[in-house]
Design a protein around this ligand. Structure first.
Ligand SMILES: *Cc1c(COP(=O)(O)O)cnc(C)c1O
Length: 351
């Protein structure tokens, strides 16, 4: 990895630009009277304090998350969901129509969408039939213009973890940025790649408060990397990308990590039971191994079963038209009652 040089892969315009300097950024120190940001000095109709712009650096939240995750505060970035850093990575590193990214289908759909918006050509290296990385093919697909490789682990929609040795091999043999998307890491009994950012200057790990933490509506995602990569994202983000309600609400919820762990435990128990019941259904061919809060299920006739379930008021995600997922339904682990309703409906369909 000796030849990784961040300044060589950042887009030249991003490297050269001056970031927007907001009022609260320029002032450092104590003050009682703020006449610098054209806010409403009289107050807010929404509640105390909401007339002021929020902290653009999210400092209290950053310190707390860094401590919980065992990284330094300057190695943490917050986005409006983890979808924001995905977009920012394209904007920071990929010159439109020139620089390329590698993805490994079937995988999370936003990589391709953000690439398309940013006019980034994509090279797709399919996963193996058991949804593992084709590491040598990925390395062979790298060109001098390849800037990003996206690895989703646990992978959406298959649910499984990628093999650690494969991820490490790609990180160690690529001079661009490797993105390890760990949206579902809380449901997996494995160490997060955040432990590896100290060692690898080209690694960025994405996590989110939307899944295990149960805060999807707040829109708060995290990225972890060495300071140099984080600084590039901070330079190009919207100044006030995380609103004050989200900053304060997430900050408070972080005190309840043990309750989050209890919910994860309950979901894993429900997952075990649901998988057993799914495998006993006549119209289920198999369920794939999962380390997430969903299970990819191969059924006899995905379009028909999807329609039947919809008519029963149950929405699952059809992945039937996705690579390697023929007749696949992706099913989120529900409450015990929800899972029971699903199993009843499936058994009605295939009796
Ligand atoms: C849900 C999901 C995300 C996005 O999460 P947000 O933080 O809500 O934007 C990212 N990656 C994967 C793989 C996901 O499934």
């Amino acid at each position: 990895m000796s030849s990784f040089d961040l300044n060589k892969i950042v887009r030249p315009n991003v490297l050269a630009m001056e970031p927007y300097s907001c009022a609260r950024d320029e002032f450092e120190g104590e003050a009682a009277i703020f006449l610098d940001a054209n806010e409403n000095s009289l107050g807010s109709l929404a509640g105390d304090g909401y007339n002021r712009y929020p902290d653009p650096r999210q400092t209290p939240l950053r310190l707390k998350v860094a401590k919980i995750k065992g990284v330094l505060p300057e190695q943490v970035f917050f986005g409006n969901g983890s979808d924001e850093p995905i977009d920012l990575l394209f904007r920071a590193f990929c010159r439109p129509t020139i620089d390329r990214a590698i993805i490994n289908p079937p995988t999370y759909g936003m990589y391709k969408v953000q690439a398309a918006i940013n006019e980034t050509p994509i090279d797709e290296i399919l996963l193996t039939p058991d949804f593992q990385l084709q590491t040598d093919k990925i390395l062979a697909a790298i060109t001098p213009d390849t800037k990003l490789i996206f690895i989703c682990s646990p992978n959406n929609p298959s649910g499984n973890l990628m093999q650690k040795a494969d991820i490490v091999k790609i990180i160690e043999n690529f001079n661009g940025i490797v993105v390890v998307d760990e949206a579902y890491i809380d449901f997996a009994e494995t160490e997060s790649f955040t432990k590896a950012i100290e060692k690898y200057p080209n690694l960025i790990v994405l996590q989110t408060f939307s899944k295990a933490w149960g805060m999807a509506a707040l829109r708060c995602g995290m990225a972890f990397a060495q300071k140099d990569i984080i600084d590039v994202l901070l330079k190009i983000k919207y100044p006030y990308n995380i609103n004050i309600l989200t900053q304060e609400t997430v900050f408070k919820a972080l005190d309840r990590e043990s309750d989050k762990n209890l919910m994860v435990k309950e979901i894993l128990q429900n997952r075990k039971e649901l998988i057993e019941q799914l495998n006993a259904c006549k119209c289920v061919e198999c369920t794939y191994p999962t380390n997430a809060n969903f299970v990819l299920t191969k059924v006899s006739d995905a379009p028909a079963i999807y329609r039947y379930l919809t008519n029963c008021g149950i929405v699952v995600r059809s992945r039937h038209n996705v690579a390697l997922c023929n007749n696949g339904l992706r099913i989120t682990i529900g409450t015990k009652e929800e899972n029971k309703s699903l199993i009843n409906a499936l058994n009605n369909f295939c009796k």
